[in-house]
Design a protein around this ligand. Structure first.
Ligand code: DGL
Length: 266
């Protein structure tokens, strides 16, 4: 294993860029290969078998790029296919659900927690299990929000339709007097401002992207895997369809140019 090798980060589409953005800030000398399966997004309304098959294919691709670490930057994949990814990977695998759960329980004031995510993530109950493993006393209320991913992929981050949709989805969990709301999908941090506004200022929003970046930086440090070069890092972005669309939304979100978004043909 060479320290200068890249970190492989993957998601079904652009959502994992929230993890990339946090990683760029937290680990500024690490090379990153990002994979977004833009041809097949959304995953969150698909079956476990299909999601696992896609995740396996992406893992193979990233391992061929000789990454030193894999980050599952998609809650849906983490919820239903994490074991499949871990079982085929010779390099460490980190996932956003564990990162998010650890972030929730680190707050001593958290008691009643709302989780929002894709139908696959919510139906798997993976978040509730991960949180209750660390803190069995926490009460958890979950809500699937299937329309959020297409709205984010469309770039409607502060649009009246998105706001109405958010009110509709959040009302039942807000009625449970939650103190914490977990954005259990890596697309949702793109809606953070809008969601905070709908939830109100007293509810703490947990963004697993930031937690993921902290956990990654610690792992690299502890295992001596961090890239000591101090040189400007290389960032590659690979997608399975319409690179231009990914580039446009990605540039807006990351606040930097993405000149070479590569189209992957399997
Ligand atoms: N961004 C992904 C997640 O964190 C899912 C989006 C999708 O449905 O493909 O769950």
């Amino acid at each position: 294993m060479k320290n200068y090798q890249s970190i492989g980060v993957f998601d079904s589409g652009i959502g994992g860029l929230t993890v990339v953005r946090a990683l760029m800030e937290r680990a500024p000398f690490e090379n990153i290969v990002y994979f977004g399966d833009t041809a097949r997004v959304p995953y969150g309304i698909k079956s476990t078998e299909t999601i696992t098959q896609y995740a396996t294919q992406i893992t193979k691709f990233l391992l061929q790029q000789e990454v030193k670490l894999l980050i599952i930057a998609c809650n849906t994949i983490a919820a239903v296919a994490c074991e499949a990814v871990v079982s085929m990977s010779p390099v460490p695998v980190l996932d956003v659900i564990d990162a998010g759960a650890r972030n929730v329980v680190a707050d001593a004031g958290a008691r009643v927690v709302g989780i929002i995510g894709t139908p696959a993530t919510i139906n798997s109950n993976a978040y509730a299990r991960a949180i209750n493993r660390y803190a069995p006393y926490m009460k958890i209320f979950s809500q699937a929000c299937p329309l959020f991913v297409p709205l984010v992929e469309e770039g409607w981050l502060d649009h009246p339709v998105t706001r109405l949709t958010a009110q509709e989805y959040l009302n039942p969990v807000l009625a449970e007097h939650i103190d914490t709301l977990v954005l259990g999908c890596t697309h949702y941090p793109l809606l953070k401002a809008l969601l905070q506004n709908v939830a109100g200022p007293d509810i703490r929003l947990v963004d697993s992207a930031e937690a993921m970046a902290d956990i990654t930086a610690s792992l690299l440090q502890e295992t001596g895997m961090n890239n000591p070069s101090g040189l400007p890092p290389s960032y590659r972005f690979c997608v399975t369809d319409v690179p231009l669309r990914f580039q446009a939304i990605g540039e807006r979100f990351l606040g930097r140019a993405l000149p070479n978004v590569e189209l992957v043909k399997w």
